[in-house]
Design a protein. Structure first.
Length: 502
């Protein structure tokens, strides 16, 4: 049979559309032609497949070989099509039976010796293949992460010969099972830094608890060495456990970048890019769109240290995903959408030298320099940061004392209870409430409303800042177990926005 069809998967953002690898053998001068919008990596498969087949003991047909990757309008990239192309050539030339190909999907890069190498996006491909009822054959190093997707039979192989032996009925491939990983028990949180390590800073630690409970973004401002980075690194350990669906989506995004390992399954990501990061690195991009740091932090924390040092255009690109939880990347020939439900934690100094307001007079910055430094953060971006907290310098006696705060495990219990109240009431975290849902779920009591009106006038809050203040007050009320938003809840929420007017 001179024609063989092998099922595989491409990648288009987080989706993985099916790709049919059609191989046809015809008479004429020996050649290999690849069609179907292959990029350079896919075109190079001709040489890899030829060497892999010959070194595995198979004959490479001396015919005119045409390989079509359908659909033709979907760009194809990476070496994941090496294995299906090789199997298609073998089936079309009669060296392996072609009937078994219909029950499987294949993806894997081939070495010149015929060994299978890992690929990016294995989990995303297997998640998309769940409804087809086929077994998915993957390199052993990629199969372990793909096996986390329930409902799909994942078979693991180390070489092309093993795959051919399985299709010929000589020796079946082993099924890869998800197994037990440390990430399957996220409630313990043993791998996260402990909040108890942070000395003093009770106000900042309380703000961190509120941020974790409601999914809010937070900005820490204070002189160097006061614990801003330590506080940020403790936030993932306070977050409630991820649901299975959220964990799979987070793992799939990391898999697209080749950064996922089964041991971190259900661990909240923590990303901390350097302030020299470009806009494409932060939000994603490239001629073939790839996820950026905001998507790699999906269901976790994105920490931007020294946030005023980031390029302003980079920071402004955060505004849309902070509101929508998704990022849409458009290029001339490609569009892709990635999830980006992250919690932003930012840190900054009060002035360029870092010591503005120091009692010992160490700051030498002029008022104009301080103002110019703070204005690197635009008003619209600050409006989207729910909590803005000062982290002051600590006296020496506090640093010399033993840690006196609560451990992350204790705080995490309160956070989980508050988040459970939110999921029962509205099905989402407070930070994700829309305007209509704020009107429905965040109506304050009469004394609290009077305090809110005073805060709006005193701090000249925008409509967006007002809504975010209401959402933070709703979270404070949830932490106390209150159904109503009282004046004390609003008062605490107002304390977390005072920095904006300093």
């Amino acid at each position: 049979m001179p024609l063989a069809i092998v099922h595989s998967r491409g990648l288009d953002g987080l989706s993985a559309p099916e790709v049919a690898v059609e191989v046809h053998l015809a008479g004429g001068l020996p050649s290999v032609t690849l069609v179907g919008l292959p990029d350079t990596e896919v075109k190079e498969a001709r040489d890899r497949v030829r060497a892999a087949l010959q070194n595995s003991g198979f004959d490479f047909p001396s015919k005119r070989i045409t390989v079509n990757l359908a659909p033709a309008d979907l760009p194809k990239e990476s070496g994941r099509f090496d294995l299906p192309i090789a199997l298609g050539i073998l089936a079309a030339s009669g060296q392996i039976p072609g009937l078994a190909l219909a029950d499987h999907e294949f993806a894997g890069e081939l070495s010149l010796s015929g060994e299978l190498r890992p690929i990016r996006g294995a989990l995303a491909m297997v998640l998309a293949a769940g409804s087809q009822g086929r077994s998915f054959v993957l390199p052993a190093s990629s199969a372990r992460e793909a096996a986390l997707a329930a409902g799909v039979r994942v078979l693991t192989a180390n070489t092309l010969l093993e795959v051919c032996a399985h299709l010929s009925g000589h020796q079946a491939l082993c099924e890869c099972l998800a197994g037990e990983h440390p990430g399957d028990c996220p409630g313990e949180g043993s791998d996260y830094p402990d909040l108890a390590d942070v000395r003093g800073q009770a106000h900042a630690k309380r703000a961190l608890e509120v941020a974790a409970a409601g999914g809010h973004s937070i900005l820490f401002a204070g002189p160097p060495g006061t614990g801003k980075s330590m506080l940020a690194s403790r936030l993932p350990g306070l977050l409630p456990p991820m649901t299975l669906a959220a964990a799979l989506e987070s793992a799939a995004v990391l898999s697209l970048a080749g950064q996922f390992h089964p041991e971190i399954f259900r661990r909240h990501p923590y990303r901390a890019p350097h302030h020299t990061a470009s806009s494409a690195a932060l939000v994603g991009g490239g001629s073939v769109p790839h996820p950026g740091e905001i998507s790699l932090a999906h269901q976790g924390v994105l920490f931007l240290d020294e946030i005023p040092e980031f390029d302003r255009r980079v920071l402004e690109a955060l505004r849309e995903p902070l509101d929508s939880g998704r990022i849409h990347i458009s290029r001339a020939a490609r569009q892709a959408e990635f999830p980006a439900q992250f919690q932003l934690v930012a840190a900054m100094n009060p002035c360029p030298c870092g010591y503005h307001g120091d009692s010992r007079g160490r700051c030498r910055c002029t008022p104009d320099q301080v103002l110019r430094y703070r204005r690197k953060l635009s008003g619209p971006l600050l409006d989207r940061i729910d909590l803005q907290v000062e982290v002051p310098a600590l006296p020496a006696e506090v640093l010399q004392q033993a840690p006196d705060g609560e451990a992350s495990a204790v705080v995490r219990v309160r956070v989980a209870q508050a988040r459970e109240r939110q999921m029962t009431r509205q099905g989402k975290a407070n930070a994700r409430l829309t305007t209509s849902e704020i009107d429905q779920f965040c109506q304050p009591a009469a004394p609290a409303m009077a305090l809110l009106k005073h805060a709006i006038s005193r701090f000249e809050l925008s409509a967006r800042a007002f809504h975010r203040l209401l959402k933070v007050a709703r979270t404070v009320a949830d932490l106390t177990g209150s159904d109503a938003i009282e004046a004390q809840h609003v008062a605490e929420a107002v304390q977390y926005r005072r920095f904006a007017k300093d």
